[in-house]
Write a protein that binds this ligand. Structure first.
Ligand SMILES: Cc1ncc(COP(=O)(O)O)c(C=O)c1O
Length: 461
């Protein structure tokens, strides 16, 4: 169910919650797949990350605060690198980007996908080697393309005929031959456990395969000979658990690869399968490991290439959420607890839709735990809501928290590394929270908290 602009999400009202949500045997227990790998409860029952208690984090940095388990993030980079051995792994910076994270993923040997001038500037200012940057976007400006060429980015993913013309003109002017890929819209839409294969795609990204635009784009680039066409690119969705969407998309995109070979005698050397690999937000989700994903994707590509009598191209992927999502939790302080008779208990925290828009925007599900102490109280079905003037300002729709949760308690919401800080807003003039990286018991501020002065500095009227 989507949020209604006039009100709250109305599904599953009552004390039972959704069918999949079970009252926990131990309300203090942490479900391992939901939490960063170095999160535990310490001897006093306080949530701790890499040995540092969240009360200390809150005392030093305030709340709300995004807490990044740096070793968790690094280990997920390594899991993708080793699982996808021989495949270039582009971290999708749209999930969350700051200079410290650029350095982490670069040190772990990943490439980086950016999709605006701002993301490109962040990557370059953190020292990301430009040849390991891929530049996406359906409406890159001339200024952005110029910057990308001047920086020498490794590849530009073409998204429209206008862009082909723009980039061709810029490359001619400069006497350079940038490497490009063509983003193909393959008519597959995959979200969570379902995918839909359609003949055509009604969306703003890429060149339609079914309509013939993708083939025409490839022919135009090859025939003009100004840009170096490295391969085709397809990204089919987000939070995907079912590999069959990739199977249909690989079959379709490799069909185009064969068509290009037959028409122009060229076998493109690279293929990008995009990102979208799912993570666990609640106990409903059971994501595959990068090793398993790699095995399945490789098998799919090899068999489709064999069917088309194509050499297997050099592969790349673009995971964002699966790398940074599980490495972060948001720490909030409870301000009010309101029992709305017979319906549910609303636990209001000091952030909300300005630091996590995904619940309101996508009807996303999250989990939460009482973080500042252990409790002996019974589990109580709660809704964690924010402080914004919007009844759809919900952080966690349904979760069992201890019945004695009270103002001053800290609540932690896991799985908030992706598309939370990067989509954060200043709604209601709320300054955006900081990001703190914790490693070896030490906390390090990597994005500072916005201040009211920051907000007022923009208001020049
Ligand atoms: C082209 C492209 N690649 C990669 C991603 C990353 O997706 P995810 O963070 O779900 O892995 C996206 C997300 O929208 C995308 O549009």
């Amino acid at each position: 169910m989507r949020a209604h602009e006039a009100g709250a999400l109305h599904g599953d009202i009552g004390s039972r919650g959704p069918a999949w949500l079970r009252p926990p045997v131990d309300v203090n227990a942490l479900v391992p797949q939901l939490w960063p790998r170095n999160v535990t409860r310490d001897g006093d029952g306080v949530l701790a990350v890499a040995g540092l208690g969240v009360r200390d984090v809150a005392a030093e940095f305030g709340t709300p605060v995004y807490v990044l388990d740096e070793d968790d993030l690094r280990s997920r980079c390594r899991d993708f690198r080793t699982g996808f051995d021989g495949v270039d792994v582009y971290y999708a910076g749209k999930a969350f980007l700051c200079r410290a994270v650029v350095r982490m993923i670069s040190e772990e040997g990943l490439h980086l996908d950016v999709c605006t001038g701002g993301e490109l500037a962040t990557a370059l200012s953190a020292g990301m080697p430009p040849e390991r940057i891929g530049f996406h976007g359906n409406n890159k400006s001339v200024a952005e393309l110029t910057r990308a060429l001047d920086a020498g980015v490794g590849r530009i993913i073409l998204d429209s005929f206008d862009e082909i013309d723009r980039l061709t003109a810029l490359a001619r002017e400069r006497g350079v031959r940038p490497r490009v890929m063509i983003r193909v819209t393959v008519g597959v839409e995959a979200h969570t456990h379902e995918f839909i294969a359609t003949a055509h795609e009604d969306q703003k990204f890429g060149f339609s395969l079914a309509g013939g635009a993708a083939a025409e784009a490839a022919f135009r680039v090859l025939d003009e000979g100004v840009l170096e066409l490295r391969g085709l690119h397809s990204h089919i969705g987000s939070q995907i658990f079912d590999a069959s969407g990739f199977e249909v998309s690989a079959r379709r995109v490799l069909g185009l690869q064969a068509q290009i070979r037959d028409a122009r005698g060229v076998e493109l050397p690279e293929l990008d399968l995009g990102g979208g690999f799912g993570i666990a937000y609640t106990t409903q989700d059971d994501p595959a490991t990068p090793q398993d994903l790699a095995k399945r994707l490789r098998r799919i590509v090899e068999s489709e290439c064999a069917a088309e009598r194509l050499a297997v191209p050099h592969l790349s992927i673009e995971p964002g959420r699966a790398i940074v999502g599980p490495a972060v939790f948001t720490l909030y302080e409870v301000g009010t607890v309101k029992d709305v008779d017979g319906i549910r208990t609303y636990v209001s925290v000091d952030g909300g839709m300005s630091d996590n828009i995904r619940t309101a925007l996508y009807d996303a599900s999250y989990s939460a735990t009482l973080a500042s102490r252990a409790s002996t109280a019974e589990p109580m079905l709660a809704r964690v809501v924010g402080k914004h003037c919007e009844s759809g300002d919900i952080v966690v729709k349904d979760e069992f928290l201890p019945a004695d949760v009270q103002p001053g308690d800290l609540v932690a919401v896991p799985g908030t590394g992706a598309y939370c800080r990067s989509m954060a807003s200043n709604y209601n003039h709320v300054p955006r929270p900081p990001v703190v990286a914790v490693r070896g018991g030490q906390a390090r501020l990597i994005v500072r908290r916005e201040t009211e002065d920051d907000l007022l500095a923009l208001d020049v009227g």
